[in-house]
Design a protein around this ligand. Structure first.
Ligand code: HEM
Ligand code: HEM
Ligand SMILES: [Fe+2]
Length: 467
């Protein structure tokens, strides 16, 4: 194994630890919705939510880094350039995350001044880390960028996938600068904040996961590079063509000019197209191999990624992307339903697919034994679908009764808190969240014990693969 691949395993391990913390804080955050006085003034909802969504971003970034460090040496045929620096940065990253998490948990908030911005919380949703830590994350990302670019430059093999990845890294890192400035005008602040949120998840991250899944499909199914790269170019063109101006679907109700209604509505409505392309691509590749892969968990998670991306991001996003709907659905649990489904489908499933490829590639016996992976696959996806369903019902109740009929008044908001559909949605989310947590536990059990369990069980998938 290359050093870079050992670093990849470390990144994937750190990602899974943070994923676990994210689940814990998610379940905590869901309790306040059914018990509003839960841990009141000790550990409030906002603290739990900040921890939930910041660990969300960080574990995905770590998962992506892990995936790239895993595939890169195979792609360039050599050890990653500057690997020693990358290894140091991994520990810098972990230390920064641990300190920030401790500050979020124990300090929680500070005065509205420069000190708080530097050392407690910058206050921009999803990227709340204080400035010193944000600078650290930027340094980690720059070293990562250097590793990828320098490896490509030093190698004689420069594939299309690698070039797409390199061009994608530039906007991906530059957009993170959006976490820094302090603005006093709410409209301007939101205007720029959406560049980060939207152009990350609906443009740069989509291209990044496109590159990662392209490598995964080649390793998993032996699909030809020509086929995978042709698809990748089409997807990238479509993602950029629809996603960049699709940004306008967040410019509806924050004080931006009215022309964004048309621009945002039109381009964002086209955004599901590239995601549908990715589903067709994955099915096409799997079909050519009759769904046979030595690594079945990775294959299942790859297909879950393709469908989850299309349905969670494409279909769930499409539902409320036109201004006529968004007028009522904006910022309701409907949004949270889409946010969960999209992140899970597009990104988490992809990271888990790579995790299985990396685990199988790094253990002595490449056996993916037993039934544990099936249980975790079922529990995690069922848990997520249950949460998404509960939130959708609650969110539609909010959109119809609080917003449309109730006229978005404070009274309507209060009345909504007792409506059965809403209340049941909150309980459903919590219940399925526990199921999801069980799936997470099963996933950890599986990846930690793969290749170490009973022999007989272990050989079954190997025989199948050989057949
Ligand atoms: C045990 C499982 C989980 C539970 C119980 C849970 C619960 C919650 C809760 C209560 C919130 C706050 C919603 C609000 O502000 O009203 C939240 C926000 C969020 N969660 Fe989760 N979550 C879980 C897993 C996940 C996973 C796996 C993902 C993505 C991969 C995710 C992504 C998000 C996002 C993006 C938000 C912010 C949504 C928004 O503000 O619109 N969560 N979650
Ligand atoms: C993987 C891709 C995607 C991810 C991870 C994602 C995630 C999210 C999240 C977390 C939010 C809530 C942001 C917040 O207020 O905190 C959001 C909002 C939104 N998303 Fe997506 N999304 C994706 C793709 C899409 C697509 C393709 C569409 C449209 C076709 C879409 C339409 C929307 C809209 C309209 C909102 C605003 C909802 C509101 O006004 O409350 N999203 N998305
Ligand atoms: Fe968006």
């Amino acid at each position: 194994m290359y050093r870079s691949q050992r670093l990849a395993l470390r990144y994937l391990t750190a990602a899974m630890v943070l994923f676990g913390l994210m689940v814990v804080f998610g379940i905590l955050a869901s309790i306040y919705y059914v018990h509003p006085t839960f841990l009141l003034n000790t550990f409030n909802f906002n603290t739990a939510k900040i921890l939930h969504i910041n660990t969300l971003i960080i574990w995905h970034l770590m998962g992506f880094f892990g995936a790239v460090y895993w595939f890169l040496p195979g792609e360039t045929g050599r050890e990653v350039e500057g690997i020693a620096l990358a290894e140091i940065m991994f520990w810098v990253f972990c230390a920064a995350v641990a300190i920030v998490a401790a500050v979020f948990i124990f300090v929680q908030y500070g005065a509205s001044d420069e000190f708080s911005m530097w050392f407690i919380n910058q206050g921009r949703k999803y990227v709340e880390a204080p400035r010193w830590a944000a600078i650290g994350i930027l340094a980690v990302a720059l070293v990562f960028g250097y590793n990828v670019v320098a490896s490509a430059v030093k190698s004689t093999r420069r594939s299309g996938i690698l070039m797409v990845l390199i061009f994608d890294l530039i906007p991906l890192v530059v957009l993170y600068l959006d976490a820094f400035p302090a603005m006093t005008d709410m409209s301007k602040d939101l205007f720029w904040w959406w560049w980060l949120v939207h152009l990350w998840v609906e443009a740069t991250w989509e291209i990044l996961i496109g590159c990662i899944m392209a490598w995964a499909l080649m390793e998993l199914l032996g699909t030809s590079r020509r086929v995978v790269e042709s698809w990748l170019y089409v997807e990238v063109a479509l993602v950029l063509g629809t996603g960049i101006l699709g940004l306008g679907h967040h410019y509806f109700w924050i004080g931006t000019p009215g022309y964004w209604l048309g621009i945002g509505g039109f381009f964002s409505a086209l955004e599901p197209l590239p995601l549908l392309g990715m589903v067709i691509h994955a099915i096409y590749d799997s079909g050519t191999r009759h769904l046979r892969a030595g690594n079945r968990p990775a294959l299942y998670w790859t297909l879950a990624e393709a469908f989850g991306n299309f349905i969670g991001a494409g279909v769930w996003g499409f539902m409320m992307t036109l201004p006529q709907i968004n007028l009522y659905s904006h910022g309701t649990q409907w949004t949270a339903s889409h946010g969960h489904f999209a992140f899970w489908g597009a990104y988490s499933c992809g990271v888990i697919a790579v995790l299985y490829l990396a685990v199988a590639g790094s253990r002595e016996r490449k056996a993916l034994d037993g039934r544990a992976w099936k249980w975790s696959f079922a529990l995690l996806n069922l848990g997520m679908l249950g949460m998404v369903g509960g939130l959708l019902v609650a969110g539609m109740d909010q959109a119809f009764f609080e917003r449309a009929l109730g006229g978005s008044t404070w009274g309507a908001f209060i009345a909504l808190q007792h409506r059965p559909w809403y209340v049941e949605g909150m309980w459903t989310r919590m219940g399925f969240g526990v199921l999801f947590a069980a799936g997470y536990a099963m996933l950890m059990y599986d990846v930690l014990t793969i290749g170490k369990r009973r022999r007989g069980e272990a050989e079954e998938p190997l025989k199948e693969a050989a057949a």
